[in-house]
Design a protein. Sequence first.
Length: 207
Amino acid sequence: MDIKGSYDSAADAYAEHLFLELEHKPLDRHILNRFAESVRERGLVADLGCGPGHIAKYLHEQTVDVVGIDLSPEMVLCAKRLCPGLEFRVGDMRSLDLPAESLAGIVAFYSIVHFDASELGGVFVECRRVLAGQGLMLLAFHIGDQEVHVEDLFGRPVDLDFRFHQPGHVISALQAAGFTVIESVEREPYETVEYSSRRCYLLATAV
């Protein structure tokens, strides 16, 4: 089972467990508010790896023009059902069906968890291609060096490897792809609502 098939399998259960997670994550909301203030009225923002659409929905509520993109068709169907009126489409962040310099911003919350360090450069080059000059990219990821293999996700069969990343490695890959990191925030996990790992948030501008 590949990544797309795994998330197709788990889509409904994933949405049930995580769609409301931002209610319990005050720092995430604060960082998304800060991002929204910077991209509002500047153009379209893409939520890459949007899952059930909760990040896109939150940004939309902050009056951001946003489209959600996910590899999994079933996850996109969940997002459309849970977020009526918002646009969601199937797509791969390694090869986006978007014109060059067409976006004002990108948000990618835990969307690089299935890429190893050697793959990040190519992903970020593609993100830079679709971002307009001075466009913003907001990343969130697990901090560490480990890889966690999962065959059950919320009671559904999957075959997924979750990869953690060191902030320095991610920053270097962003810089090589044409970004400047302007803000970096780390936090401890919210123990009762998420996997127990440190989190990093990077805000980068396309140069």
